[in-house]
Design a protein around this ligand. Structure first.
Ligand code: NDP
Ligand code: HSE
Length: 419
């Protein structure tokens, strides 16, 4: 689908010519006036003779032809400054930058309104899946009860491979990087920051509430081992990095990102590889399901270019502000089942001592698997609890960690409820 804009104006400035930048360039090169990169001497294997290429942002800003700037550098600095300067210079901006939109979105969107330019960012959440525009536009009549999903392609690719091929995280990460899915620093994917930025953006849109990053509970996938998939599977579950924003019975908003046990028989369990999925619950529409490629050059370019077409058609709608706002609640009161994998001494009475600590806080055990026996006399003990309150679980974990017969609590994964 080349030359989607079907006009000959060279009025676009492109910042970044990496995985996504190259895919965007490839589709609309005839409309691009100038391109910013970091390293001018890098070999790029693309025809660049008809554009100005520079490593100085001021060249793009001062290019009189440029009306719209597409930011595909990533990271906070200098992308934030470049977006801000572009808006102040009355240029429309399109960005795929979730970090900037999570940290500075409110400020930048207000600045764009003040300067009467567009700031669009569909590609910043869930790659190729249209999710921002539907929330702002097509679903604006709804009050939302929850938004939850798999919104990081890299970790979903890694978890899927770990589950299917019995590999460990470190063995699969390089593949996700080679495929262009990972952030330039993949810690952002693995430790969940990328998903945290994205759920912060979705929370602002769906719940009309500013959720700062420190109000979002965060755990990444680095403690998950391939054997957790085997044990989870025996219990009827798989493991996904889930981001959720939901309104509780006290009308408070809880926003969190953590690995979760997902029942094998719900659709979220079958979202595999680089696919992302977002499930939205609206008071009028009920549950809606969006699924597609959450990362990758072309899928992300699809979102970027759709924003460009929206600007060309002036088909842009700002957030409907009739919606109520919500106070944010902390993780302490969250109520769910828990999966724990402990490395314990293979002696009688271990389970009884653990059950006693749980019992002190009214936490009941629903099932137990005793697994791999190691040469050092330790064994894996997998425990699934009945639903309990997070604060009680954390207190129990502290006590159990100190038991002589417990060498280590190696993983604690929350079970997502689909009732
Ligand atoms: P890459 O790392 O592949 O590309 C980054 C580009 O930005 C490179 O061309 C690099 O230049 C340029 N760049 C980096 N720093 C600077 C700087 N200081 N000044 C000028 N240019 C700079 O990133 P991606 O294409 O993967 O990602 C771009 C954005 O899209 C990010 O915000 C990312 O989160 C987002 N995104 C990415 C997706 C994906 O699947 N990759 C999916 C959805 C969103 P040089 O080539 O000279 O090194
Ligand atoms: N690194 C991100 C991911 C890119 O893996 O989802 C898409 O935002």
């Amino acid at each position: 689908m080349k030359n989607i804009l079907h006009y000959s104006n060279k009025n676009i400035g492109l910042l970044g010519l990496g995985t996504v930048g190259k895919a965007v360039y490839d589709e609309i090169f005839t409309n691009i006036s100038s391109v910013l990169v970091k390293n001018l001497t890098k070999s790029r294997n693309i025809e660049l003779s008809n554009v100005k290429i520079t490593n100085n942002f001021q060249d793009i800003l001062q290019d009189k032809n440029v009306e719209t700037i597409i930011e595909l550098i990533g990271g906070e600095t200098p992308a934030y400054e470049y977006i801000k300067e572009s808006i102040k210079s009355k240029k429309n901006v399109i960005t795929a930058n979730k970090e900037v939109m999570a940290k500075y979105g409110k400020e930048l969107l207000e600045l764009a309104t003040k300067n009467k330019v567009f700031l669009l960012y569909e590609a910043s959440v869930a790659g190729g899946i249209p999710i921002i525009s539907p929330i702002i536009k097509d679903l604006s009549a709804n009050e939302f009860k929850s938004v939850r999903g798999i919104i990081n392609g890299t970790t979903n690719y890694i978890l899927t491979k770990m589950s299917r091929e019995n590999l460990e995280l470190i063995e699969v990460l390089k593949e996700a990087q080679d495929l262009g899915y990972a952030e330039s620093d993949p810690t952002s994917d693995i430790e969940g920051f990328d998903a945290q930025y994205k759920i912060s953006i979705l929370s602002r849109l769906a719940f009309n509430s500013d959720v700062s990053l420190d109000q979002i509970y965060l755990e990444g996938i680095s403690s998950i081992k391939s054997k957790d998939f085997d044990y989870a599977n025996e219990l009827g579950y798989t493991i996904k990095l889930l981001a959720t924003a939901s309104i509780n019975s006290n009308e408070l908003l809880l926003v969190k990102v953590h690995p979760a046990l997902i029942p094998n028989d719900v659709p979220m369990a079958s979202v595999n590889g680089v696919l992302n999925a977002v499930e939205i619950d609206g008071d009028l529409v009920g549950t809606l399901w969006f699924q597609g490629a959450g990362a990758g050059a072309k899928a992300t370019a699809s979102s970027v270019l759709s924003d460009l077409i929206r600007i060309r058609n002036s088909d842009v709608q700002s957030i409907v502000n009739h919606k109520k706002t919500y106070k944010i609640t902390s993780m302490d009161k969250h109520f769910c089942q828990y999966y724990l994998r402990l490395n314990v001494s293979d002696k009688p009475g271990v389970l009884a001592s653990i059950a006693k600590e749980f019992g002190e806080r009214n936490i009941s055990i629903s099932s137990v698997l005793q697994k791999d026996l190691y040469e050092n006399g330790s064994a894996d003990l997998v425990i699934m609890t009945y639903p309990s309150i997070e604060k009680d679980m954390q207190a129990s974990i502290k006590k159990i960690t100190n038991l002589e017969s417990v060498f280590n609590i190696e993983s604690m994964i929350r079970v997502e409820s689909y009732k």
